[in-house]
Design a protein around this ligand. Structure first.
Ligand SMILES: NC(=O)c1ccc[n+]([C@@H]2O[C@H](COP(=O)([O-])OP(=O)(O)OC[C@H]3O[C@@H](n4cnc5c(N)ncnc54)[C@H](OP(=O)(O)O)[C@@H]3O)[C@@H](O)[C@H]2O)c1
Length: 340
């Protein structure tokens, strides 16, 4: 018996859609109608963002500071976070906002996620949280890496860790206390290569059995498909409409960040030369944070446009599968989620 027995049959995937999605990565839409100038002033607003010491997250924080936001940057390594903070404050000497680094959060290590969640609760009590950006992510070149619980590393880092961290943010976030209330789950066009069954391996998304694992691209794709499911399920599970919260997923673009750091040097070289700069990815993520006409479950593509995800994953957003998937993760992390 698997947790996912008796689910509907997924609709067929479309080859055309596959190519369309990857094409969008290389030839994105430049949204000229909704740009940085259109973002509101963020004085007094609070954003929690993971993985902001480099790449897209770093650029997101740069723009948020230029808009006077108070940012809580959740990072894994203290020294990397502090270095990023120094650079970001140098870039934004006039900001009326602030940047606090919360370090020591390894999203693949659930004990460390719990510790970070408790730290956040302590720092943010009495504050309104306006934006939560689950930006941190791992794209490994290896399919045999696991966390200390034997869970495939990208699934633990990109899917389980963020959902666990969110359970600590929720008591402070799930409130109708401001007009700007957004949560963003960073996904990718790589969701197009995720497993056929609604984007995840219905027998065991954690791939505990290393020999059963497909290549690392499919594993990364699975984790990014799950981010799309999480965005919609989060909204449904928490009835976010009543708080004015909008929960979306974003493919930020194909960008020259450190994401390919695990790959051979020539891939890293190509990655650093061929694609758009991470600032464009920040624009995609911030579109999800500020574009007024979005609704929960929307999937955003570069650099600021909504799109339909892969057919079966899109179906999972309305046929109950995304909720089942959310329940699965909740069950897997039940020993770590807050008791109150
Ligand atoms: N760049 C692209 O072309 C692209 C395309 C589609 C989607 N994305 C998505 O965009 C997001 C940001 O990626 P990026 O391109 O900016 O990559 P990046 O430059 O490699 O940054 C990734 C961030 O995630 C953090 N991170 C990785 N593993 C972690 C863990 N176990 N615990 C905590 N933090 C961890 C990294 O921290 P450390 O520095 O400490 O490792 C870093 O801050 C990711 O979710 C990625 O999947 C990127």
């Amino acid at each position: 018996m698997s947790f996912f027995d008796n689910l509907p049959t997924p609709p067929k995937k479309s080859k055309l859609q596959f190519w369309q999605h990857f094409y969008q990565g290389f030839r994105p839409t430049h949204n000229t109608e909704f740009t940085i100038e259109n973002y509101p002033d963020l004085s007094g607003k609070v954003c929690v963002i993971t993985g902001m010491n480099t790449g897209i997250g770093f650029e997101v924080v740069d723009i948020l500071l230029s808009k006077n936001c108070n940012v809580y940057g959740v990072v894994r390594t203290d020294s990397k976070g502090l270095k990023a903070k120094e650079e970001l404050l140098k870039r934004n000497p006039e900001t009326k906002g602030s940047l606090e680094i919360i370090s020591g959060c390894d999203l693949s290590n659930f004990d460390s996620v719990v510790e970070t969640g408790l730290k956040l609760q302590d720092k943010l009590k009495d504050k309104t949280i306006n934006i939560v950006l689950h930006n941190a992510g791992l794209m490994s070149n290896f399919n045999d890496r696991s966390n200390s619980n034997g869970i495939e590393l990208m699934f633990a880092t990109n899917v389980m860790g963020p959902q666990l961290l969110q359970s600590y943010i929720d008591p402070l976030f799930l409130k109708k206390d401001d007009l700007i209330k957004r949560i963003v789950w960073v996904s990718s066009c790589a969701h197009m290569v995720a497993p056929d069954f609604f984007g995840f391996n219905e027998k065991d998304p954690k791939y505990l059995e290393i020999n059963s694992r497909p290549n690392s691209g499919i594993l990364y794709g699975q984790s990014k498909a799950c981010n799309i499911l999480q965005a919609k399920a989060y909204a449904l599970k928490h009835d976010t409409e009543k708080y004015g919260i909008i929960s979306t997923s974003v493919f930020p673009g194909i960008l020259t960040t450190e994401l390919a750091r695990d790959y051979p040097r020539f891939v890293q070289y190509a990655w650093s030369k061929m694609f758009y700069t991470p600032k464009f990815g920040a624009i995609s993520e911030l579109y999800a944070c500020f574009y007024p006409q979005l609704k929960s479950g929307d999937y955003i593509v570069p650099f600021g446009k909504t799109e339909t995800p892969r057919t079966d994953i899109d179906a999972a957003l309305t046929n109950g599968v995304c909720l089942k998937f959310w329940d699965y993760i909740q069950n897997e992390i039940k020993d770590f989620i807050p008791k109150n």
